[in-house]
Design a binder for this molecule. Structure first.
Ligand code: ADE
Length: 231
């Protein structure tokens, strides 16, 4: 039977899913708690990776190796890069890239990993379609399929937003998705990242993040629930 891995970086990002899960069985591994159980009739393993690319990569690898998940969904909040996005709107990853990879001084384009064939990791088209369809039942919320950029930086600068949008064509920016995407791609496991906007990655980002993370995180988990119900 298919088992889905679901990752959030922070407590707020997994809390409502954990609440709704049935037959929850916790397991600890590398200091991360993994919760096996079911949700909307689907077997899944839910976990909180912690913040940043390394934590997210480790968590993804454990889900694949130890829990043998057949697909991975990341749920959480992000800063908007696309100016059409309002707080609470949703981005479904069509692809992910690490914006903080930069060996441009050696002649490698910014955001590309030297000597590696792929640096922009495509999400699974079926998962993307399911997520977008699932989002249609959420009223008054924009669902934007687009590129998710990740780096080990909290972005709070309009100049940086412009740069990430123009140079790397990102719809939103966060700190884990591309790491999940990278590991999933290496393992051949389908993934999708679902992010709801908590802030605009500008000078007010830290204030907005504090105020809207809970709302945005619950929107993203609602989308995950509806996606699971659709499958
Ligand atoms: N997650 C939510 N908002 C973010 C931002 N502005 N930068 C990086 N990660 C984020």
């Amino acid at each position: 039977k298919k088992v889905i891995g679901i990752i959030g970086a922070m407590d707020e990002e997994i809390a409502s899913l954990l609440n709704k899960m049935d037959q929850v069985r916790p397991h600890a591994c590398y200091g991360i708690r993994f919760y096996r159980g079911t949700l909307e009739g689907t077997s899944l393993v839910l976990c909180k990776s912690g913040v940043g690319k390394v934590n997210a990569a480790l968590c993804t690898q454990i889900l694949i190796d130890r829990f043998q998940v057949q697909a991975i969904i990341f749920t959480g909040v992000a800063g908007a890069l696309d100016s059409d996005l309002d707080i609470g709107d949703l981005v479904v990853s069509t692809e992910c890239q690490q914006h903080d990879v930069d060996a441009s001084v050696l002649g490698f384009p910014r955001g590309t990993i030297p000597f590696q064939e792929v640096s922009i990791f495509p999400a699974d088209p079926d998962l993307v379609r399911w997520a977008v369809d699932a989002g249609k039942s959420l009223n008054h919320v924009k669902i934007v399929p687009g590129k998710v950029l990740s780096g080990d930086q909290f972005i709070s600068d309009p100049a940086k937003v412009l740069e990430l949008r123009e140079q790397l064509k990102g719809a939103c920016v966060e700190m884990e998705g591309a790491a999940v995407a990278h590991v999933s791609w290496l393992a051949g496991v389908p993934y999708v990242v679902i992010r709801s906007i908590s802030d605009r990655a500008d000078h007010s980002a830290h204030v907005n993040f504090a105020e809207f993370t809970r709302l945005a995180a619950s929107r993203s988990s609602e989308m995950v629930c509806r996606l699971l119900a659709l499958r």
